[in-house]
Design a protein around this ligand. Structure first.
Ligand SMILES: NC(=O)c1ccc[n+]([C@@H]2O[C@H](COP(=O)([O-])OP(=O)(O)OC[C@H]3O[C@@H](n4cnc5c(N)ncnc54)[C@H](OP(=O)(O)O)[C@@H]3O)[C@@H](O)[C@H]2O)c1
Length: 241
């Protein structure tokens, strides 16, 4: 099998997915916004700040070179979740909107496009796995319009790709986690009053990064092709659709 590129795998859900896939013996390539060494013998981590419009293409080219031209799966996982209150100045609000859309949606679109073009050129398929969010369907807090909009956009993009390129063997899967126990969720829980939030989750706890990683690994390697276009929820039944 060719390589699997996982964005945002320096920590959190992405790192758990990187480790889960590496443990299965698959060649994986990691990514983070800054240079970082996970372990001497661990998978390579490419640094690329996806807030820079040129970074997604540079990341793709660097990963393709590392993989000797053979990337079979791209996992669009990198994401930011920063509050953007309406009472900020107009320009601050707009800048924060643009930054979140760029990292959470536009960079994923750029990478998906480059992967689809590459896979069409080589003549056999590949897989995209998009890590979206429950917020895509449910919406988010008043300070996170941008986050919910980016994740909804990701789901629309995912479904479009699945429908357009299944004929070329190019499959697309999406995962929509609810709260997951990473630094991102810690900040969120704290900002929303902490454990009280758990009352809304019938399972009684947030997800672990390993649980979401297991779904990512399934989509990347095991999901049958007929599942292309699917969106897999993982939210402890806090949002059942
Ligand atoms: N945790 C949750 O509750 C939750 C719920 C639903 C969906 N999700 C989604 O799951 C994905 C992973 O979330 P997480 O909780 O694991 O997040 P996390 O622990 O905060 O990690 C975020 C990852 O994205 C990378 N990243 C952030 N901004 C970047 C930028 N400008 N350029 C390049 N890389 C950037 C980070 O790299 P650095 O380490 O270099 O900063 C890191 O690897 C995200 O798409 C998130 O929206 C999370």
């Amino acid at each position: 099998m060719g390589h699997i590129l996982i964005t945002g795998s320096s920590r959190g859900i992405g790192r758990a997915a990187l480790e889960a896939l590496a443990a299965r013996g698959v060649p994986v390539i990691g990514h983070g916004s800054r240079p970082k060494v996970l372990a001497d013998s661990g998978p390579p981590i490419i640094a690329a700040d996806l807030g820079n419009p040129l970074a997604a293409q540079a990341l793709w080219e660097a990963a393709l070179e590392l993989a000797g031209g053979e990337i079979d799966v791209v996992v669009n996982n990198a994401g930011r979740f920063e509050a953007n209150r309406l009472d900020r100045s107009d320009i601050e609000w707009l800048d924060a909107w643009e930054d979140t859309l760029r990292v959470n949606l536009t960079a994923a679109a750029q990478l998906s496009r480059l992967a689809v073009l590459q896979w069409q050129k080589r003549g056999f398929g590949g897989r995209l796995v998009h890590v979206a969010s429950r917020a895509a369907y449910r919406g988010d807090s008043p300070a996170h319009w941008h986050y919910a909009a980016a994740k909804s956009g990701m789901i629309g993009m995912h479904k479009t790709i699945a429908r357009a390129y299944a004929k070329d063997g190019i499959l697309s899967f999406a995962v929509t986690p609810g709260f997951t126990d990473t630094s991102m969720a810690d900040d969120y829980l704290a900002s929303r009053g902490g454990p009280g939030l758990l009352a809304d989750i019938p399972l009684g706890r947030v997800a672990t990064p390993e649980e979401i990683a297991a779904i990512i690994a399934f989509c990347a390697m095991d999901a049958p092709p007929s599942m292309t276009g699917a969106v897999i929820d993982a939210n402890g039944a806090s949002y059942v659709r």
